[in-house]
Structures are given as C-alpha cells and as structure tokens.
Design a protein around this ligand. Structure first.
Ligand code: 4AD
Ligand code: MG
Length: 501
C-alpha cells in the first residue's frame, strides 16, 4: 500500500525531499520566531524546525498551540543533521494540529513506579518503553525464525484446560458451565501430544499462574515458548535451549542497537552469549553454593559496593558545592546526575541488605531443596554466560519428569539461568515414558487421574522418548534489556495487585 506520509525511520531515504510526518509532540523548545518540535511516530524521533517566516499563519499558530503529546501532521524538507536524534531533521513548510492534548500527566521529572504503572497506557509512549517493547518484538521474531528454519511446526495449546501441569498451588480456577476449569499454566502436556503427531513442535502462548508472591520475576500472566521434540533426550534438549538463546541474543545485538543504546545496556555480557553454556549438575551447583569460593565472592561484592557508595557520596557533596555558581544548563545536568546517584544508592543499600543474608543461606543450603531466586543469582555470578543446571531432586520437580537411570532420586530436568544475577529463564527436561510410573506420579502429586486419561494415552500408543522446555518470554526480555523488574517487559503487566490498565 502506498502511504501519503513517511515514517521517521525512513527519513534517510528522503534526504532533500519534501515529506509529511504524522505523529505526536514529544518535546518542544522555542525562541523568537522559531519552534523546535520533537515529533515521535512510533518508529523514531525527529526534530521539526518551524520558522515563523517559512510557514503560513495557521501553521505557526498550530506550532504555538501544540502541547506535549498533541497529535500533529508536519510537512517539510528532510535535512541531514548529525547532531539531531535519528540524524535527520525536517524544515517545516506546514504544521497541522489534529488534536491538542490536555496537560500530559507524565513529565520529564522523576515519577514513582506506582504512578507510572497506573499510567501504563501512556507510559508506553516514552523512549525507554519504546526500546524495551521493540526488543520484545525482535525477540519474538527471532524465536519464530529459529524454530521455523529448523522445521519445527508452531501449534497452539488450549488456554482453558482441565489439567494442572505445574502443580495445583498456582492455578487460576474458573467456572466452566458448572464444571471446574483452569487457565493454563503451561502448554506442555498438549505439546507432548502434538509432538507425537508432528515430530517437533513449539507453542507460543499466554500462560497463567496465581503467584501469590511479589517478586521481580513473577507475573500472573506471561508468555511462554514451549518446544517439544520426539526422540530428543536431555542432552539434545539442553543443546537446543543453548542454540535458541544464542540466536536470540545475536539477533538483538545485530538488529536492535539503537534500542539497546536507549536503555544504556552494557553489551559485553550479551556478546559473550555463545555455546557452549557451562553445565552443572544439581549436586555440583549445591557444592558451589556452599563453597568458600562463593563466600569470598559475596564478600568482595559487598566491599566493592561499599566503595562505590563512598564514591557516590563524595560526588554528591562536590556537586552540591558547585551548584550555587552553576549556569542553568549545568544545573540541569547536576539535577539529572543527583537523581541517578540517589537511584543507584538505593540499589546499593538494597544489595547490601541482601548479600549477607544470601551468603548465609548459600553456606547452609541443604541438598534436596529447590533453588530460590537468590541462590540462582549467586550461582550465575560465578559465570560469564548463561548456565544450565540439570538433574534436580525429583521431589522438587513436576510429576512428568523422567528419572535419572543412574540415580532414581534425580529427575532429568534442566533449568537455564541467565547471567548477571537474572536466574531461571528456561525450565524443561526429558519426559517420563512409562505408563505405570506416570500413573503413580499423578497419584503421589494428588492430581485427579481422570483429567490425565488422555495424557496417559500418549504412553499407550507408541510411547517414545521425548523432551522439551519452556522459555519465559518476559524473563528473557528482562535479562537482555538489563531491567530491574519484569513488569516493563510486557505492554500491560498482570501482577497480584494489578489488573489495570
Ligand atoms: O519452569 P516452568 O514452570 O516450566 C514449565 O512450565 C514446563 N511445563 C515447561 C516445559 O517444559 N514445556 O516455567 C518455564 C519458564 C520459567 O523458566 C520462567 O522463565 C517462566 O516460564 N515463568 C514465569 N515467567 C514470569 N512469571 C511467572 N510467574 C513465571 N513462571 C514461570
Ligand atoms: Mg521452573
């Protein structure tokens, strides 16, 4: 379709030409007879220069009247200008105000997270959110490309189900015409049926968990990508997970540079994401947690944080002294720096509160327990890329996991933990194939056997070795973007205390 306007991301193709941009006013500066309108259209930002003597009166009035987030149409000539955002600016010949926005609630000053989350429907327009959610889109494309190129078939699991997959404690129950139904926790069980029909499949869908905890890693509604492959064993499953993550990160590094820059993401840890990822058995991970090496690492982290804190205090005091004589622009810079320092200081204080606790719990971690968020964080700090922990105690894993033939206490499960403290982003494993074993497992996990009748059929008709895993989309985005909390990794997060907007 031919459009009668141009997107900002395409300005480079139109240097010297007259184009029309349609968008919203992101920011505005003015001086005598001149307005600089920063327009955003979802694809980027561009400065539009409106000179009073170059436009008609209606255009000048429109530029004058335009408030932040007003909807505008601007026509003008594209000029290359290295100094501008995006590298181009538009010398306006006409400005049309489609809608004059009321006073916009989100201002350039610092807002609290609660305020921003309450205004999520508007917050999405800000640059940082733009960058994160464009990376989300990049990651989604990358996942589809990865699987499709290898002959996986995308198949959808139902969202309304009668089965618990990952235990009964986080089920959302609904009334289904008088019967009990649940919002799916995972598409895996149906994925297994589809893998037996199509060989290798992946689902890509929303999943739901009534998580009662408020953490930086839990949503109640999140997106999961679940490949399931007939005839794959645990080792092949781990290799697939490693290849998938490496591909995602490589695609983001290549295609989403601008977005990563907006986020100020440190690229070095992402550039190291290449196979092979270190593999640790659960036993090795427990030994590492309890080791002197871990205790020393945590101590030196605490010391480094204290040192950073002292340096920030010094800088803050010096900036305060300088503030009195500073010019306006310098004052603005100092204000921004003060906000950044206070934010970082709060992070450091939080870390200093947690680290001694973590050190203690790592030291005393007992074999048999599941890793908590802080255990995972501590483990990942030992490595410079994602790690894979495999062969967990069967007791902490789901009913469907195959047992390790070498040690019946262990399940052939695996988790991939993202580096830099992010922790689990993938969970999966090899599936049990024996009917009698699965029937016993369902009973021991207090699951209703009738609900699993269809699932048991998969072990009656050509039961075959198979494996799969689930990649949490928002956790992956949170890590790749370097975010402190996963609530920014989805357009409209659903959390225990949040159903709006
Ligand atoms: O480890 P989980 O619970 O594994 C499963 O659901 C398997 N049935 C998957 C499979 O083998 N097909 O969840 C998989 C991933 C986690 O590693 C995490 O990334 C994400 O899903 N996840 C969540 N993400 C956000 N909020 C939550 N509450 C999440 N719970 C799990
Ligand atoms: Mg898990």
């Amino acid at each position: 379709m031919k459009l009668d306007y141009t997107y900002i991301e395409d300005l480079s193709k139109h240097e010297g030409e007259t184009v029309t941009l349609k968008g919203w006013l992101y920011n505005k500066r003015g001086s005598k007879g001149l307005y600089f309108l920063i327009l955003r259209d979802g694809t980027g930002l561009a400065q539009c220069v409106v000179a009073k003597d170059a436009v008609d009166e209606a255009s000048w009035e429109a530029a004058e009247a335009a408030t932040r987030e007003s909807a505008l149409v601007v026509t003008g000539v594209v000029r290359r200008d290295e100094r501008q955002v995006g590298g181009y600016e538009v010398q306006a010949s006409s400005v049309q105000l489609l809608h004059r926005a009321e006073e916009y609630p989100i201002t350039p000053k610092e807002h609290g997270v609660e305020f921003l989350m309450n205004h999520r429907h508007l917050w999405l327009r800000s640059r940082r959110q733009w960058a994160i959610l464009r990376i989300r889109n990049r990651i989604i494309m990358s996942i589809h490309n990865f699987f499709q190129e290898q002959g996986f078939v995308q198949m959808d699991a139902p969202i309304l189900t009668g089965n618990a997959v990952e235990g009964t404690s986080t089920l959302f129950e609904i009334d289904y015409f008088g019967d009990k139904a649940y919002l799916t926790q995972s598409g895996q069980l149906h994925g297994e049926a589809m893998a037996m029909a199509f060989g290798k499949i992946y689902t890509f869908g929303p999943t739901f968990r009534a998580e009662k905890s408020k953490t930086r890693r839990h949503l109640t509604e999140f997106w999961m990508i679940e490949p399931e492959m007939a005839f794959y064993d645990l080792a092949m499953n781990m290799e697939l997970a490693e290849d998938l993550l490496s591909r995602i990160v490589a695609d983001v590094l290549r295609e989403s540079r601008t977005e990563l820059e907006v986020l100020g993401r440190d690229l070095a840890p992402l550039e190291r994401v290449r196979p092979p990822f270190p593999r640790l058995s659960y036993d090795e991970a427990v030994a590492l947690l309890r080791s002197d090496e871990t205790a020393e690492m945590l101590t030196s982290r605490m010391e480094a944080l204290r040192e950073e804190e002292r340096a920030l205090e010094t800088e803050l005091a010096e900036n305060k002294k300088r503030y009195g004589q500073a010019k306006k622009s310098e004052k603005r810079r100092l204000d921004a720096r003060e906000i950044a320092i206070r934010k970082r200081r709060a992070e450091i204080e939080e870390a200093l509160r947690n680290l001694p606790k973590w050190k203690e719990s790592a030291r005393t971690f007992e074999w048999g327990g599941d890793f908590g968020g802080s255990d995972e964080t501590v483990l990942t700090w030992h490595f410079d890329r994602p790690i894979i922990v495999h062969r967990y105690p069967a007791a902490v894993k789901a009913f469907y996991m195959k047992r390790d033939p070498e040690d019946e206490r262990l399940a052939l499960g695996m988790d991939v933990l993202a580096p830099e403290g992010y922790g689990e982003i993938i969970g999966g494993g090899e599936r049990a194939t024996d009917l009698a074993f699965l029937e016993k497992q369902v009973a021991e996990h207090n699951l209703p056997p009738e609900a699993f009748k269809w699932y048991f059929d998969l072990r009656r008709y050509g039961s075959a070795p198979h494996s799969g895993f689930g990649l949490g989309l928002e956790r992956t985005i949170t890590w790749i973007c370097g975010l402190p909390h996963l609530r920014e990794a989805i357009p409209f997060p659903r959390l225990i205390d949040r159903l709006y907007p």
